[in-house]
Ligand binder design. Structure first.
Ligand code: MN
Length: 211
């Protein structure tokens, strides 16, 4: 997958209906093919007139927003973030999924949060606390510690110098067709389809020299 202009919406690595009954087919289709596509199109359109930034990776663009020309900062922040956050969200889903974290991440979650159940409760509370649109995340902070954070709109952990491990999209478009206004039900359903194998790999990428 090319990670620079011209950005391409790669197909989901599973069928639109693969997350049934937790996330419905129509939501997955609209979310990937319409919402994510829109962020990709807007990002490409913004970079179209700026060839000097067309070789930059998505992460470089996001982290360096303050150093971009003023007139494209907001577009790159919103649409670059929208692409990153959605690609990350879709990449960490599987059905059937491992029921709990595994590998080195399992131990780190237990060390930090006490138990998987305690992590789950804290993550759900965070995801419910997002006012309006945004995400809840499991990240590694600058001190190497696992943390749960929330972000607004299409902000990402990258510009906060946090290393992302897992996210849930709590924009209403992620759940409204099936769960209506019941974000808590969507979060409960989402816990069934976390691809913990992939999330453990995300975590291991934080330790490239150790493992
Ligand atoms: Mn979304």
């Amino acid at each position: 997958m090319n990670n620079h202009y011209k950005f391409v919406n790669t197909p989901l690595p599973y069928a639109y209906e693969a997350m049934e009954p937790y996330i419905d087919k129509k939501t997955m289709f609209l979310h990937h093919d319409k919402h994510l596509q829109n962020y990709i199109d807007n990002l490409n359109n913004t970079l179209n007139k700026y060839p000097e930034f067309q070789c930059w990776t998505l992460e470089q663009l996001i982290i360096n927003v303050p150093y971009l020309p003023k007139e494209i900062q907001t577009n790159i922040k919103n649409n670059g973030g929208g692409v990153f956050n959605h690609q990350f969200y879709f990449s960490n889903l599987a059905n059937p999924a491992p029921l709990q974290p595994n590998g080195i991440l399992d131990q780190s979650i237990k060390n930090k949060f006490g138990s998987y159940l305690s992590f789950q409760n804290q993550f759900k509370t965070a995801a419910l606390s997002v006012f309006g649109s945004g995400y809840a995340w499991l990240v590694v902070n600058a001190a190497g510690q696992l943390c749960i954070i929330t972000t607004q709109n299409q902000d990402t952990p990258l510009e906060m110098n946090l290393f992302p491990i897992l996210n849930i999209d709590v924009w209403e478009h992620a759940y409204y067709l099936k769960h209506y206004n019941l974000r808590a039900d969507y979060i409960d359903d989402w816990f069934h389809i976390i691809n913990w194998d992939q999330v453990n790999q995300n975590y291991m990428r934080y330790f490239p020299c150790v493992f």
